[in-house]
Design a protein around this ligand. Structure first.
Ligand code: NCD
Length: 413
């Protein structure tokens, strides 16, 4: 796989590959020196046309922990302010010699356009309302690690089966919701979107979800409540009567958090607006895994960068346990770059097409050869929401048990 533009690029099997590899990078991240030389000699650029705190820092930390060189492009201090186009900007950056571009842009489809212009790998770090695939991967990993799931390389295991996940709030403008619905349902979870009609897309055709307009009716049935921010920067009209009324109907208040099941999880992609979509009592509840999401984000992005630029899905990594060991190897002259790192005991299939056995992404693919969707609206919205799945709680199945990892990021093993 060369690019990661949407969750549909991965399918259930690809998601499982990333989750499985993430285990190793969680272990690396816990070391005294959380760094491996896997991507030494590679250059990764973050190209952020929108504000970001955690996603940009997370990708940059991930790249550094893999020993890649990093470049950061900031729109405000670049020639974009002198009128340079996206295409000229990326071609200029590519001429400097880069291996991957991490793109965030307000227009849906921008990363896909960038991928058509450059030879480097492109990772979508959020495009308009369309997709945010690495957020969905870190969300799957966070849920999975709390409930015992690990990546299952046997092929497309429905690892979140039996789980009921509510995504609450501004679904309409949320790329996180679109990627999460694709990823959670690809892994077998049941997803209910909870929002007022004004904050739902005009059509939920093709979304494998149920819809509720009443958070109080579903709150006690959930394994995960995933809260979204009101993305006011993307709203062109008033879609909620007031923040106070929104909180009353849809906020994860202290009272609602008390009604959650004891083993339920509270999640939020950040940034949070405490007192609006989530109360401090909910964000800081012991069931909240919001900071775990951030921590897992680094390891998940290491896994994604490694898959795209390193040895590929089916290779076994053999990397020094620390930067010191890498330096020692250098002195001995026996370090091998990650792309040829051995032992390689899996079938060498880094270029295999990704499995496409998950359900279709809710809004289909980003436009690949048309114009950018400049209002950020993905292509396939248009009809009234449907509620076609039973809301009865399925019997809870045990998740895939934690597996011993067969891929290791440590030469200590
Ligand atoms: C989200 C985003 O930018 O799409 N945040 C993130 O990446 N952590 C969600 C949001 O902005 O509300």
């Amino acid at each position: 796989m060369k690019h990661l533009l949407s969750i549909a690029d991965l399918g259930a099997r690809g998601i499982n590959d990333v989750l499985h590899l993430t285990d190793n990078f969680v272990e690396v991240s816990g070391r005294a020196i959380p760094k491996v030389p896997a991507l030494r000699g590679k250059t990764i650029v973050s190209l952020f046309y929108e504000d970001s705190t955690r996603t940009r820092l997370s990708f940059e930390t991930a790249a550094k922990r893999l020993s890649a060189d990093t470049m950061t492009f900031s729109v405000s201090s670049s020639s974009v302010s002198k009128g340079e186009s996206l295409r000229d900007t990326v071609e200029t950056i590519e001429a400097m010699g880069i291996d991957a571009v991490v793109v965030r842009h307000k227009s849906a489809g921008a990363p896909s356009r960038v991928a058509s212009w450059v030879g480097a790998s492109v990772i979508n770090a959020g495009d308009g309302w369309h997709e945010h695939p690495t957020q969905a991967l870190l969300d799957c990993y966070t849920i999975g690690s709390r409930f015992g799931l690990r990546g299952d390389r046997s092929g497309g295991a429905a690892s979140l089966e039996g789980m009921r996940i509510a995504i609450v709030g501004d679904i309409k403008h949320s790329r996180v919701a679109r990627s999460d619905v694709g990823a959670f349902t690809a892994l077998g979870a049941e997803v209910v979107v909870v929002a007022p009609p004004t904050l739902l897309p005009p059509s939920l055709d093709g979304w494998p979800v149920t819809v509720s307009h009443h958070l109080d009716e579903v709150i006690g049935t959930l394994d995960v409540v995933y809260v979204l921010r009101l993305q006011r920067e993307r709203m062109t009209e008033a879609l909620v009567p007031s923040m106070r009324e929104y909180r009353t109907g849809y906020g994860l208040t202290a009272a609602r958090v008390r009604r959650l099941r004891p083993d339920a999880l509270v999640m939020h992609p950040g940034p949070m607006n405490r007192g609006v979509e989530i109360d401090a009592e909910a964000a800081d509840d012991p069931r909240s895994v919001i900071t775990a999401q951030v921590a897992n984000g680094v390891a998940v992005r290491m896994a994604v960068l490694y898959l795209l630029l390193g040895a590929g899905t089916d290779r076994v990594m053999s990397v020094p346990a620390s930067a010191e060991e890498a330096a020692l190897e250098d002195q001995r002259g026996d370090h091998k770059p990650a792309s040829s790192a051995g032992p390689v005991d899996g079938p060498p299939a880094p270029d295999d097409p990704p499995a496409r056995d998950g359900p279709p992404a809710p809004d289909g693919q980003a436009p690949t050869d048309g114009q950018l969707v400049t209002n950020g609206q993905p292509a396939h919205d248009g009809q009234a929401p449907t509620d076609h799945r039973s809301t009865n709680k399925k019997p809870r199945r045990r998740l895939v048990p934690a597996r011993e990892s067969s891929v290791t990021g440590s030469s200590r093993d």
